[in-house]
Design a protein around this ligand. Structure first.
Ligand code: PLP
Length: 395
């Protein structure tokens, strides 16, 4: 028997892999030391564990362990990268380029900087969700200090042309930062080959614990510096003060190691199930996939169902834990800004579901999801006058 509801919201968060949890527990109990305590074995054990995690992370994204700054998650990493560069390079310029479909952690940070005298260009995306490289290059001025474009989108899964973007950044001597929260651990990410200067990610999107993440900050060619956004004991080479979350960091390190060793297997697993889910759901008339189906992450699909009403759809699919095309950023139900940016109407954005698959998703769960969504969509179309006519026209 399947356990309901079925979790298909792995873009929002993932469960901790039991193997990751195992490695964390000793660092909450017997090895509870403060990694900054230099005078005794408790501190040394904690510091050793943190250093090991740095190596595990570095191996996954191909950087030097010293280039990893631990944070509380991707939101903090995005803030530290963007605000930190803005402050550090203020004498060079005040202009930042980003895109309209970025995560709020990037967009709201940029909005904040606009209030402090920053200039921000928000690039539009096409129907596939991709930015235009010519527009990007045209937006660069002699005041541009940072390009911040995400690796893979959390709502539709679109992967931006990272290497082309970094090449343009390099050509114009602008720093390139990427929010890679949905990409790290899911697809190969290589800060050298990809030409990335700053990269943000989070443990809880890759089978690690919540409340811990990292920011990669390049140390060579060029050497990048960010102004600390948290002042205190000068941890993390002065860029992020605060006692390190040792169990969390151990978990993040282990999650990175598992992701590196099992990436091929994980990618094959989620993309096979994603394709199976899409094939099943696209049998529904007037259902279609949002965003590029070529340049995209393997674990997510976002599907719109015409002629159904969004609220009914979300309430109807109660056996599934999925996200809708409604961003519940406030009490009001706003249509997802990402779906709107790729050209969907408000109604269609609401009538969309994001399916985030993961390492622990099974074939049975996907088959159940297909049947369940199909039933719900058909029922809703029969209920509404609009949908009823549509169903009649089909028969
Ligand atoms: C989840 C997510 C974040 C925020 O990460 P937290 O660790 O929860 O702060 C930022 N960017 C993207 C693309 C995400 O998917």
């Amino acid at each position: 028997m399947l356990k309901l509801p079925i979790y298909l919201d792995n873009n929002a968060t993932t469960p901790i892999d039991p193997r990751v949890l195992e490695t964390m527990i000793p660092y909450m109990t017997e090895h509870f030391g403060n990694a900054a305590s230099r005078n005794h074995a408790f501190g040394w054990a904690a510091e050793e564990a943190v250093d090991y995690a740095r190596e595990q992370i570095a191996a996954l994204i191909n950087c030097n362990p010293k280039e990893i700054i631990f944070t509380s998650g991707a939101t903090e990493s995005d803030n530290l990268a963007i605000k930190g560069v803005f402050e550090m390079y203020a004498s060079k310029g005040n202009h930042i380029i980003t895109a309209t479909t970025e995560h709020k952690a990037v967009l709201d940070t940029c909005k904040h900087l606009e209030k402090l005298g920053g200039q921000v260009s928000y690039l539009k995306v096409n129907e596939a969700g991709l930015i235009d490289l010519q527009e990007l290059e045209a937006a660069i001025t002699d005041k541009t200090i940072l390009i911040s474009i995400m690796y893979g989108n959390n709502e539709v899964g679109v992967i931006q042309p990272i290497r082309e973007i970094s090449a343009l950044a390099k050509k114009h001597r602008v720093l390139f930062m990427t929010d890679a929260t949905q990409a790290v651990g899911k697809i190969p990410v290589d800060v050298e080959a990809d030409g990335i200067d700053l990269l943000a990610f989070s443990a809880h999107k890759m089978y690690g614990p919540k409340g811990v993440g990292a920011l990669y900050v390049r140390r060579k060619n060029p050497q990048v510096k960010v102004t600390a956004q948290m002042d205190g004991g000068g941890h993390e080479r002065g860029m992020r003060s605060g006692t390190l979350n040792v169990p969390g960091i151990v978990g993040l390190g282990n999650a990175c190691e598992i992701a590196r060793l099992e990436m091929d297997k994980d990618m094959a697993h989620v993309s096979r199930l994603r394709d199976r889910l899409e094939a099943g759901l696209l049998n529904i008339e007037e259902a279609f996939v949002n965003g590029s189906r070529v340049h995209r992450l393997p674990h997510v699909t976002n599907i719109s169902f015409k002629y159904v009403e969004g609220e009914g759809l979300m309430m109807g699919v109660k056996d599934l834990a999925v996200s809708s095309g409604s961003a519940c950023t406030s009490a009001s139900l706003e249509p997802s800004y990402v779906l709107k940016e790729i050209g969907l109407s408000d109604d269609l954005a609401h009538a969309s579901l994001r399916f985030g698959l993961g390492r622990f998703t099974t074939d049975d769960q996907i088959d159940y999801a297909i049947t369940h969504v199909t039933e719900v969509v058909n029922k809703l179309r029969n209920l509404s006058p609009y949908g009823k006519n549509f169903n009649k026209a089909l028969s």
